[in-house]
Design a protein around this ligand. Structure first.
Ligand code: FMN
Length: 222
C-alpha cells in the first residue's frame, strides 16, 4: 500500500499527533500491510502561501500557461502528484485556535487544483480525483470538543471535510484525541487510550479491505 503520511504539529518529540500517526503506521505493519511510505512534514517543507502569481496561474487553462506560470505552479503540481499517486492518506495535526495549523492550510491551498485534484466535467460537474484513497485524519486537541461548552467551536473537522470532500475524499475517518491539555491527567490518559483503540480498529479495517485498485482488478477477472 502506497501511503502519503503528513505531519503538521509545530512540536517534535513531544507531539501527540506525531506519536499517534507513527503508532498507526506501526499498527498497519503489524496487521501485515506492506507499506511504501511517502513522508511530508509541512512544518519543515512548508507549502508556499497563495500569491497573486499563483492565483492567476492556477485558473489559467494548462495549454495557455506561460513558462513563468508553469514555474509558479511547479511545487503545487508536485504536491498534487504525491496525493494522486498514493493509495492511502494519513494526515496528523493538532487543533490550533479551533481550526488547523496554518502550514496545513497552506498545504490545502496547494493541493486544491483544477485539472489535477479535481476536474470540471463536460456536463458541468466538479469531480474530485481522490476517490480511491483511504483517508484518516488524526487530530489532537487540548480541550474535549465532544461536549459543551466546546462542541460548537470545532472549525477543524468541517474545514477538513469540505476541503478534502471537494477533491474527492468522500468518507474520511477521523480519530480525534481529546482532551490532551486542558484537563486532568486521568482524562488525558483515557483520551490517548481511546485514540489508540480507534486507530487499532482503522488499521484492522484497512488491512482487511481491498484497495480500490485490487477491487477493480478482482471485478475484471470475475
Ligand atoms: C498555538 C496553539 C493553539 C491551540 N489552540 C487550541 C484550540 O483552539 N483548541 C484546543 O482544544 N486546543 C488547542 N491547542 C492545544 C493543542 O491542540 C493540543 O495541545 C494538542 O494535543 C497538540 O498536539 P501536538 O502534541 O501534536 O502538537 C492549541 C495549542 C497551541 C500550541
Amino acid at each position: 500500500m502506497k501511503v502519503l503520511h503528513v505531519d503538521a504539529s509545530a512540536k517534535r518529540e513531544r507531539s501527540n499527533s506525531r506519536a499517534l500517526s507513527r503508532y498507526f503506521i506501526e499498527r498497519l505493519r503489524s496487521e501485515g500491510v506492506e507499506l511504501d511510505i511517502d513522508y511530508l512534514d509541512v512544518t519543515v517543507d512548508i507549502p508556499a502561501h497563495v500569491t497573486e502569481a499563483f492565483a492567476i496561474a492556477t485558473y489559467t487553462p494548462e495549454q495557455e500557461r506561460t513558462p513563468a506560470m508553469k514555474e509558479t505552479l511547479a511545487a503545487s503540481d508536485a504536491l498534487c502528484r504525491r496525493l494522486l499517486d498514493a493509495d492511502a492518506l494519513i494526515f496528523a495535526m493538532p487543533m490550533y485556535n479551533w481550526s488547523m495549523p496554518s502550514a496545513f492550510k497552506a498545504y490545502i491551498d496547494n493541493i486544491t487544483r483544477t485539472g489535477l485534484t479535481y476536474v470540471n466535467t463536460e456536463d458541468g460537474r466538479i469531480e474530485g480525483q481522490l476517490q480511491r484513497q483511504k483517508t484518516v485524519f488524526i487530530t489532537s486537541r487540548g480541550a474535549d470538543l465532544r461536549a459543551a461548552p466546546f462542541s460548537s467551536m470545532d472549525a477543524l473537522t468541517p474545514a477538513l471535510k469540505a476541503a478534502f470532500g471537494f477533491i474527492g475524499v468522500a468518507n474520511p475517518t477521523f480519530v480525534d484525541a481529546q482532551p490532551l491539555q486542558f484537563s486532568d491527567q486521568q482524562a488525558r490518559i483515557e483520551a490517548l487510550e481511546r485514540a489508540h483503540r480507534e486507530l487499532d480498529a482503522v488499521a484492522a479495517q484497512w488491512a482487511n479491505e481491498p484497495s480500490q485498485v485490487e477491487a477493480d482488478e478482482a471485478s475484471l477477472t470475475a
